[in-house]
Design a protein around this ligand. Structure first.
Ligand code: FAD
Ligand code: GLY
Length: 403
């Protein structure tokens, strides 16, 4: 196994990234722009397959959406009309999650808090019950594992549910993971596989030779060269001015606010994920309870607002009234990398040497295994084992060339 190298620009976070100062290697196989769950998962998977990989992150790992996500691995709950290709990708990735989690945990010697708890979708009035019926019909028509429950059956499963609950659908196969633990473990696993992580370095320029992208330059002037550059810059992927206009993906930020509460480990407020039309509640095994999330088209905006927090707590209270007894631990906002069709961009880009792994919108944590395995295959010169046709990064008409 190659030795790991850490290259930082100063104020390294030694808690997260083991410091092993050694000279930077030459002869990289791939550079990955962005140290979120997607960039790190691709990097770790490629390094695991024997590639020499460098991740360049302008802040710290997980400082984007991956550090805010609730961590639901919920292909059934996220299924919606007209997104069958995305559903197939999501179901494939969900099936790969147990092995993916076990392999990261083994490399990192860390726990991801991967829990197969299942989820309960609840309706809290008659209108919501009608909407839930329609969603249940959709789930059944797509062959998904989802069972309609009466209010009594729902309360038998989750005694903390409000008496007003008017109906429920159980999705027993859904799971969750702690995304911050995932990022930290991916950093350690990548390091264990000989990967290089550069933090606090922003990619600001491409290095182009002929018609090929052969590397990138960071804001400190350093050149990083490799035959493959993978863009995994989350919601910023569409705003990278240094990338040629026709190669820049139409990715936009979609804001989501989240509230974290602290409850009892021995007497949790719920034992599975509980979701209504307007809110979801994800219990963690350490007593935290994640309440998410708003969906706001606000551009690049990370403000936590009184209205956002109020709406989340009000809707969480309607589902699980005891939530008001819990301690308020954190309020935070993140930006999902949204795309015009809500599906990610995975594969070769519009320039030779460029690959994309971005635009995962609401499902980047869920889609990490299938994305990482696909990108690692492409870096190795192999075809991915999942047909990525519907997720081709060049499928959209893009911004004017030459920008
Ligand atoms: P990010 O995590 O945003 O990482 C991108 C990184 O690129 C950042 O660290 C950034 O600093 C870096 N970067 C940007 N530009 C540059 C540059 N020029 N040079 C170097 N580095 C750069 N998904 C799920 O599957 N389940 C959920 O339950 C879930 N809940 C969510 C709840 C909320 C509120 C939000 C906001 C998202 C949620 N998501 C969820 C979606 C998920 O968080 C994202 O799809 C996923 O984290 C995207 O990962 P990423 O690595 O592509 O992006
Ligand atoms: N997948 C949950 C969210 O994006 O809020």
């Amino acid at each position: 196994m190659a030795e790991a190298t850490y290259i930082g620009n100063g104020d390294e976070d030694a808690e997260v990234v083991p410091l092993r100062p050694r000279p930077a290697s030459t002869g990289l196989d791939a550079i990955i722009v962005g140290g979120g769950a997607i960039g790190l998962a691709c990097a770790w998977q490629a390094a695991r397959a024997g590639a020499r990989v460098r991740v360049i992150e302008r802040d710290r790992p997980g400082s984007g959406a991956s550090g805010v996500a609730a961590g639901m691995l919920a292909p059934v709950g996220e299924a919606t009309w007209g997104e069958e290709d995305l559903l197939r990708l999501a179901l494939t990735s969900a099936r790969r999650w147990p092995a993916f989690a076990a392999a990261i945990e083994a490399d990192a010697e860390a726990d991801l808090s991967y829990v197969e708890s299942g989820a309960l979708h609840v309706a809290l009035d008659r209108d919501e019950a009608e909407a839930l019926d329609r969603r249940h019909e959709l789930m059944r028509s797509l062959g998904l594992d989802a069972r309609r429950l009466t209010p009594t059956e729902a309360r038998d499963l989750e005694p903390g549910l409000a008496p007003a609950v008017a109906g429920a659908v159980e999705a027993p196969g859904e799971a969750s993971v702690d995304p911050r633990a995932l990022v930290a473990a991916l950093v350690a696993a990548f390091d264990a596989r000989g990967g290089e992580l550069v933090t606090e370095a922003e990619v600001t320029e491409p290095i182009v030779e002929g018609d090929r992208l052969v590397g990138v330059r960071t804001d400190d002037g350093t050149e990083h060269r490799a035959p493959h550059v993978v863009l995994a810059a989350g919601c910023w992927s569409g705003a990278l001015g240094w990338l040629r206009g026709d190669a820049r993906p139409p990715v936009r930020p979609v804001k989501g606010q989240v509230v974290t509460l602290r409850g009892s480990v021995s007497d949790p407020i719920c034992s599975r994920m509980v979701a209504s039309e307007r809110v979801y509640i994800v219990p963690r095994d350490d007593g935290r309870v994640i309440v998410g999330a708003t969906v706001e088209e606000q551009g690049f905006d990370l403000r936590v607002t009184a209205g956002g927090v109020y709406e989340l707590l009000r809707e969480a209270y309607r589902a699980l009234p005891d939530i008001v007894e819990l301690e308020l631990e954190e309020t935070i906002a993140g930006m999902r990398p949204g795309t015009p069709d809500n599906a990610p961009l995975i594969g070769r880009g519009a320039m030779k040497g460029l690959m994309l792994a971005t635009g995962h919108y609401r499902n980047g944590i869920l889609l990490a295994p299938v994305t990482a395995e696909s990108i690692a295959s492409l870096i190795a010169g192999d075809e991915p084992d999942f047909d990525l046709g519907a997720f081709d990064p060049t499928r959209f008409a893009t911004v004017e060339a030459g920008g």
